[in-house]
Design a protein around this ligand. Structure first.
Ligand code: SAH
Length: 363
């Protein structure tokens, strides 16, 4: 409800608030992003220069190639099972996986072993994925629940940041959950929800805090982590998560909106802007450990990619190229690994079946 007319999803959320009262930030985010047909992801391809944001695989083929090498190496560490489900969560345009599988050609046994599964809610993005990955005959899933049993390798780049978070703020009378309501002018407005059982969602490590502190948690992410951990306990498995967020769990308001590569008010133009939050990867790694899995990281994306050899790959790609192309490759490399760009803000975590002691990329 910013400029111009109310969007379909704004009408839908407003109706729900009028009928049932203020919604949680998590409900607001879930409806805005993924409501059938009306949600942001359900209705568009948001990536690239003409879209709202750009991701690492869209910056350079080198990113997906490094992930492909990581998959081959990890598959070998898992005992090179003859059949393995290769799963990507939120594959976007399918660029990462196409680059990964091209790099994996150096391991024909790996390519022969994989069955490709894509977990994706966006119909327009599924079309792009089908174009880019048809040679591998992917199977699509609406959610992680329908993944088959058996050995698995999972990759998720900028997936968890799109999953709903709850937000809490410390008030004079203790923690209260933040919510979204309708203001006098019928625009969305922040509010505090009445105290209730949802306070139990807050991790115990975050219970004590100064007045005004904001804490976030994502039960949706935790649920997915739990399912992946179960897969890794039942069969040989590993999952790689790359997302932006802190090196250690902490406080802060990270709920944000992006439109056309700029920050936007998250309560305006709902359904037409990307909503994200930082991902607490250290917490997800701890949950995997508590479930009995191995966990690696967090390490910075820059360190991870360097350890996998991205600088050597950039030098190889630059050989025999003209000066302009060489410059482009260098620029892309620096965007991916420099501390001032994506190299430090983006973190990498992996979880594995018990007994895996080393993984490529995690020193
Ligand atoms: N991994 C891609 C795209 C990141 S954007 C890249 O790095 O370029 C987030 C992706 O997750 C999109 O493909 C989006 O449609 C998908 N997505 C968002 N919420 C989802 C959900 N709840 N379940 C499955 N996929 C989801």
């Amino acid at each position: 409800m910013g400029s111009g007319q109310q969007s379909g999803i704004e009408t839908r959320i407003a109706k729900q608030i009028r009928a049932q009262g203020a919604v949680t930030v998590a409900d607001f985010m879930r409806l805005a992003l993924s409501a059938r047909e009306l949600g942001y992801y359900s209705s568009r391809d948001p990536l690239g220069a003409a879209g709202d944001f750009t991701t690492a695989p869209e910056i350079s083929q080198m990113f997906g190639e490094m992930i492909g090498l990581w998959c081959v190496d990890t598959w070998q560490r898992l005992g090179a099972p003859q059949a393995i489900n290769l799963v990507e969560l939120g594959p976007g345009r399918g660029t990462l996986m196409a680059d990964a599988l091209r790099a994996a050609k150096l391991a024909p046994d790996f390519l022969a072993a994989i069955r490709l599964h894509l977990v994706e809610i966006s119909a327009p993005l599924r079309e792009r994925q089908a174009d880019n990955l048809q040679a591998f005959q992917p199977q699509w899933h609406d959610s992680i629940e329908t993944l088959p049993a058996g050995p698995l390798l999972v990759v998720a780049n900028e997936f968890f940041d799109a999953l709903p978070i709850h937000q809490f703020t410390m008030t004079e009378s203790g923690w209260r959950e933040r919510g979204v309501t309708l203001g006098d002018d019928d625009r969305f407005a922040w509010t505090l929800l009445p105290p209730g059982p949802q306070l139990a969602l807050l991790p115990s490590s975050l219970r004590a805090a100064p007045l005004g502190a904001i804490a976030e948690c994502s039960p949706a992410s935790q649920r997915i982590l739990g399912i992946l951990a179960q897969h890794c306990l039942q069969s040989a498995g590993a999952a790689l998560f790359i997302d932006y967020g802190p090196a250690a769990s902490g406080f802060g308001d990270t709920f944000q909106a992006l439109k056309a590569h700029r920050y936007h008010d998250p309560l305006q133009d709902v359904g037409d802007v990307d909503l994200t939050a930082h991902v607490d990867l250290p917490h997800l790694a701890r949950l995997a450990q508590e479930a009995g899995c191995g966990s690696f990281g967090p390490v910075g994306q820059g360190d991870f990619l360097r350890a996998l050899g991205i600088e050597t790959r950039a030098a190889m790609l630059s050989r025999h190229q003209d000066h302009v192309t060489q410059q482009e490759i260098q620029t892309a490399l620096h965007r991916l690994i420099d501390a001032a760009q994506m190299g430090t803000l983006f973190k990498v975590v992996a979880i594995t079946s018990p007994g895996i002691t080393e993984l490529a990329g995690f020193a």
